[in-house]
Write a protein that binds this ligand. Structure first.
Ligand SMILES: *[C@@H]1O[C@H](CO)[C@@H](O)[C@H](O)[C@H]1NC(C)=O
Ligand SMILES: *[C@@H]1O[C@H](CO)[C@@H](O)[C@H](O)[C@H]1NC(C)=O
Ligand SMILES: *[C@@H]1O[C@H](CO)[C@@H](O)[C@H](O)[C@H]1NC(C)=O
Ligand SMILES: *[C@@H]1O[C@H](CO)[C@@H](O)[C@H](O)[C@H]1NC(C)=O
Length: 413
């Protein structure tokens, strides 16, 4: 762990200094709903245009509605760029699920030749990128506004129960094929939780888990620890703040301006949150700040903090027997049992030795649950120097992670 005073731009410090801002969060401007929707619809297709088509790939935009009414934006890169890869038939679908505080664009921070979705497309896969509820392009709901408290009334339990099945079913219907899944961070937690409860398996061909999150007890992330130990999320929630948005804490625009000053190096900006990433170029930080971090529900942050504090993997705890009984029919929240992940499901799991969020000791606990997995069906990779953000932004992520991942997929029947 780096001492605080060596990091010039430290989220934790910024958080402390900026905390007062939290208490003067602006109420939604008049007519935000309408205005935002209009602004957004003119920006719709933004990611397709700016990040996919501009790189010479076809792109489709899809809308998936969850059972609880959230309208999710899903991008599809149906074909590769080269003539040889433009064969439209029988391209196996791959669903990419981003992590917490990120969205689908987090998969495309590297240049196209080096980023995962484009490499998958060029290797003959039909690529689908989900934007989870609450992120910039998935702010819609069939009956709620995204500034209603009820809109933010969810944790990753709901991502498991609603977002994931809806997107799986949609892609399965569209392609008529079972899908490969690739998750980063919270995305891995979502699919493992679903698999442990015997869900989605009829539509799932394989699961790739980058920076797997199941247990969080050993996390050394300073920001996570700070929020957890000080019950920040619980406090904010009880004050009536239901949306967790780092953009409200730190003005990213300011950060971006500061990062442009030649003498300031923001490439270790993520360290207090993710651990010391080894291989991120400073220009990537700016691209990141163009559209990340994304908001999530305060309840989701509280759920993660419960995992950090207790070291367990259960559903959200209402900390109230009656409330738990109301939701779960039992006084304590039900566990997700990782030993129940089917032993014959093909799994590619990659974790970083320097990752503060997906700590090596927690990954070991997960691997222990998977110890009876069919040895022919699981590939485990550890990259000593990698931390959480290297998986999306490292200069050589293609060689280190994506190429082995695609080789794993290519070998599957
Ligand atoms: C805000 O909205 C209300 C109700 O729609 C309207 O009466 C009021 O004039 C608006 N205020 C401004 C400043 O636009
Ligand atoms: C969230 O949902 C629960 C029921 O699941 C309800 O008791 C609670 O009042 C809701 N909170 C908000 C802010 O909508
Ligand atoms: C998928 O297809 C089934 C059967 O045709 C249909 O019942 C279901 O609504 C479809 N679901 C989605 C998400 O498209
Ligand atoms: C998980 O399931 C296994 C096998 O069914 C069982 O032995 C174990 O006690 C369960 N663990 C938890 C935490 O429920």
């Amino acid at each position: 762990m780096k001492p605080l005073n060596t990091i010039s731009l430290n989220y934790t410090i910024l958080l402390i200094f900026c905390a007062p801002n939290l208490f003067c969060l602006k109420a939604p401007a008049n007519g935000t709903g309408e205005a935002a929707l209009v602004a957004q619809s003119s920006d719709r297709g933004g990611t397709c245009k700016s990040m996919v088509e501009s790189n010479g790939y076809d792109c489709e935009e899809h809308w998936v509605i969850t059972k609880d009414g959230y309208v999710l934006n899903v991008l599809r890169i149906p074909l590769g760029r080269f003539v040889g890869c433009r064969k439209a038939r029988n391209r196996p679908p791959v669903l990419l699920q981003h992590g917490m505080l990120l969205d689908a664009r987090s998969w495309m921070l590297l240049p196209p030749k080096r980023s995962l979705p484009f490499n998958l497309a060029d290797n003959g896969y039909d690529v689908w990128l989900v934007n989870s509820r609450g992120t910039e392009y998935s702010e819609g709901h069939t009956s709620l506004n995204n500034y209603d408290p009820a809109y933010w009334n969810w944790s990753w339990d709901e991502l498991v129960a609603y977002d994931l099945p809806a997107t799986f079913q949609y892609v399965y219907n569209q392609t008529g094929q079972k899908l490969h899944f690739v998750g980063h961070s919270q995305g891995t937690l979502m699919v493992m939780a679903a698999m442990s409860r015997d869900q989605l398996l009829n539509m799932l061909r394989s699961a790739a888990l980058l920076c797997p999150i199941a247990y969080l007890r050993h996390t050394t992330s300073l920001l996570s620890r700070f929020i957890t130990d000080n019950f920040i999320a619980e406090a904010l929630h009880s004050l009536g703040l239901y949306k967790f948005d780092l953009n409200d804490l730190i003005t990213m625009r300011t950060l971006k301006i500061i990062c442009r000053i030649p003498s300031v190096d923001c490439s270790n900006m993520f360290t207090p949150y993710t651990g010391q990433n080894c291989c991120i170029k400073r220009s990537k930080t700016e691209i990141f700040l163009d559209h990340q971090p994304q908001p999530t529900a305060m309840k989701n942050v509280i759920h993660m903090c419960q995992m950090v504090r207790r070291g367990t993997l259960t559903m959200y705890d209402y900390n109230d027997c009656d409330e738990n009984i109301k939701h779960y029919g039992q006084p304590t929240p039900p566990a997700y049992n990782m030993t129940c992940i089917p032993n014959d499901l093909p799994i590619f799991l990659s974790y970083g030795g320097a990752d503060a969020l997906s700590d090596v000791n927690d990954v070991k606990l997960l691997l222990d649950c998977l110890r009876h997995h069919d040895p022919g069906k699981i590939v485990v990779q550890c990259i000593e120097s990698y931390a959480h953000a290297d998986y999306l932004m490292a200069e050589k992520a293609k060689e280190d992670v994506y190429d082995p991942l695609i080789a794993f997929l290519n070998k599957l029947p």
